[in-house]
Ligand binder design. Structure first.
Ligand code: CAA
Length: 374
């Protein structure tokens, strides 16, 4: 039975900061960000937008691409930017999407790896429930302390994809290489909104875990690197993915996979799947029946190398114009507005900002999050 990604879409903030602006205010040469890190901009989020609102927007677009919405009986919300230790963020999505009432909803976490964990879980679920579709959402907003070395690697986005039998975009193959090790390279204590990190250790472990999981994948599947046509990496910043390609001696350019990420920044759980979308949208060569290797890395850490085969129908399902329009229509903000967004002050909360989708976070009432449809 062929199981995999049936439709895919993403969403991000309506606002972005150019890294040229950040570099000028931090006294850093822009080339460090553009060449050393491989990023040109990052999405920045107004108070009315959070992991739920962008998830709803992404999920609405992913669902619009399929016919049988009633087949969705499982929603898995993958995130490391969760704001509630009890209620799953996916329940808000379930409500606004009007999914069937007997649809299971859960939230899962393992840093940037979580959407891949959700994808593998969804694949097993569909193998048991052939007619089901599972809605997987990876949604994250990445924040580091202003002025820290992590600051130019912030960003955020949500990706939503449906996992089903006979998928229209990508068949996920059996056989993958997994590597888990206990390491403090990136973490976010419960009381804090900004992530803590050890940048050099995280980059080292990303590459070490890639080496182990990739070789495990090759051994398990009895393949060598020439059996892989394209590769996508988790991209906390473009240069990290480029270093990953060097690590596995990948000979071809990654450019098509990194175009969206270079403008959005790190989107953690969504990042790998936005790289895949970027490849589907930008590749000039036909991708039908091509094998794509995928490297998922979540600090802490869990890594998985796996692969998929692009389906015959993928061109009729993807929405490159819509994705490119979404990014091209974003509004650039000044450094002062960026500082206002970061401060979470009442000045920024009282202003009206645009959201990407139709649902916005209206207020917090007795610590309850109130979402409204425009
Ligand atoms: N022109 C061109 N290049 C320049 C330059 C200039 N003027 N100045 C510096 N550079 C280059 C440096 O030589 C360096 O290149 P190499 O990595 O090839 O040596 C690069 O720019 C970065 O410079 P530094 O090493 O001095 O950078 P830094 O100490 O300021 O931190 C960072 C960079 C480690 C990525 C930091 O932004 C960070 O810690 N980010 C958060 C953690 C992270 O994203 N880790 C990734 C792996 S973990 C993961 O993948 C999970 C996740 O999503 C978080």
């Amino acid at each position: 039975m062929k199981i995999g990604i049936d439709s895919i879409a993403f969403s991000t903030s309506r606002y972005f900061l150019k890294l040229k602006t950040l570099a000028a205010h931090r006294g850093v040469e822009f080339e460090k960000y553009s060449h050393g890190i491989g990023q040109i901009a990052m999405s920045v989020f107004p108070p009315s937008e959070d992991i739920v609102t962008i998830a709803i927007d992404a999920a609405r677009k992913a669902i619009a691409q399929i016919e049988n919405i009633a087949a969705i009986d499982f929603l898995i919300f993958a995130t490391e930017s969760s704001f509630d230790l009890s209620k799953a963020a996916g329940i808000y999505v379930h409500h606004f999407l009007k999914l069937r009432e007997d649809c299971r909803v859960i939230e899962i976490k393992q840093a940037c790896y979580s959407a891949t964990g959700a994808l593998q879980l969804a694949k097993s679920y569909v193998r048991e429930n052939h007619n089901s579709k599972v809605l997987v959402i990876g949604s994250d907003i990445v924040k580091y302390s202003p002025g820290s070395s992590g600051e130019p690697t912030q960003g955020g986005a949500a990706v939503a994809f449906l996992v089903s039998a006979d998928p229209q975009i990508m068949i996920i193959e059996d056989g993958s290489g997994v590597h888990t090790n206990d390491i403090m390279d990136f973490w976010r204590p419960i009381s804090e909104s900004e992530a803590q990190f050890d940048g050099k250790l995280s980059a080292y472990n990303y590459l070490k875990s890639l080496d182990i999981s990739f070789n495990r994948y090759l051994a398990k599947t009895n393949r060598n690197i020439s059996a892989i046509d394209y590769v996508c990496f988790h991209a906390p910043f473009g240069k990290m993915a480029q270093k990953g390609a060097l690590q596995i001696k990948w000979p071809n350019p990654l450019d098509d996979t990194l175009l969206y990420n270079s403008a959005i920044g790190n989107s953690c759980s969504a990042s790998l799947y936005i790289c895949l979308t970027s490849l589907l949208d930008h590749s000039k060569a036909p991708l039908e029946n091509k094998r794509v290797g995928l490297y998922s890395y979540g600090s802490g850490s869990v890594a998985e190398y796996f692969s998929g085969i692009i389906a015959e129908k993928y061109r009729s399902i993807i929405t490159p114009e819509e994705n490119q329009r979404l990014l091209a229509s974003r509004k650039e903000i000044s450094f002062e507005e960026y500082e206002l967004f970061c401060s979470n002050s009442s000045d920024s909360a009282n202003k009206t900002y645009e959201n990407s989708g139709a649902v916005r976070l209206k207020s917090l009432e007795n610590k309850k999050r109130i979402y409204v449809e425009n």
